[in-house]
Design a protein around this ligand. Structure first.
Ligand SMILES: [Zn+2]
Length: 274
């Protein structure tokens, strides 16, 4: 599943190629699982709207729109497991499992392709909600140390599970939880509420560094993640524990262990992480 760096890479790529353009036409497949808002409502909201900005909130791609008569709206794209948001020339053959096509004034198309259909498309009307979409939790790249520490206070769940809880921090998934716990030297099963200030502050720092580095490298390509041009990312080459079960730790040589925490496979170094 794409996590924060992959979603940000896609959002930035689509933004660069499409902002300022008007959506002239919208086609949807009508497959019910994909559309959290009714497809007719999506088509009505998007058609004729200008794309002001495409950015990331948590694991959601948010497209800020200005409609006719200056009404503001947002188009929300959640990639789910296998969702892809591509910017294509219209003569490029339509990939299988295409569920939405936005035809732009510049001549290109934004295509939403999703084989397994866990992705979700919806619209958010700012007149009705007043607030912009803010996501389920706090933003890991901008949260302060004090707020980060406060998130985990009194929590009896393992720190790995707390990192994956999207209502605490949104955008962190399995890869970046494992990688940041390794870099902070913290065992994934440690109780979140029992970590001290120094450990939590180190974890926040590690998480920020890992996420920013991954964004620079275009995300991690595991399974079928690709960016807006269909290009793979490179952060998977920097994974130190994720999916390295049995391989020597890059720091101490101890074989990386795999366990299950909160139902998710979890990788760590039994020597470096305390
Ligand atoms: Zn080690």
């Amino acid at each position: 599943m794409p996590e924060l760096p992959e979603v940000e890479t896609v959002a930035n790529g689509v933004h660069e190629r499409t902002h300022g353009q008007v959506i002239e036409a919208v086609w949807t497949s009508g497959k019910p699982q994909t559309f959290k808002s009714p497809p007719e409502e999506i088509a009505e909201t998007l058609t004729g709207a200008r794309i002001d900005k495409i950015h990331r909130v948590g694991k959601t791609i948010v497209c800020d729109l200005t409609q006719a008569e200056e009404e503001k709206a947002q188009f929300l794209i959640h990639l789910g497991m296998t969702g892809r948001l591509l910017v294509s020339e219209p003569d490029v053959p339509m990939p299988p499992h295409t569920h939405a096509v936005l035809t732009l004034s510049g001549g290109r198309e934004i295509r939403f392709v999703d084989a397994r259909r866990f992705g979700r498309l919806s619209v958010h009307h700012l007149a009705a909600h007043a607030e912009k979409y803010e996501g389920p939790g706090r933003e890991p790249l901008t949260i302060s140390v004090e707020d980060f520490i406060a998130l985990f206070r009194g929590r009896k769940t393992p720190i790995k599970a707390a990192l994956l809880n999207q209502s605490l921090l949104h955008g962190v998934g399995n890869i970046y939880a494992d990688e940041s716990l390794f870099r902070a030297g913290i065992r994934p099963r440690r109780q979140a509420g029992r970590l001290n200030r120094a450990e939590l502050s180190k974890l926040r720092e590690a998480l920020t560094v890992v996420l920013k580095h991954a964004i620079q490298l275009g995300g991690s390509s595991v399974s079928d993640y690709v960016d807006a041009d269909g290009v793979r990312g490179f952060f998977q080459l920097e994974h130190k524990v994720y999916s390295r079960t049995g391989k020597p730790c890059v720091v101490c040589g101890t074989p990386i262990k795999k366990i299950t925490v909160g139902g998710r496979s979890t990788h760590f170094c039994p020597a470096c992480q305390k």
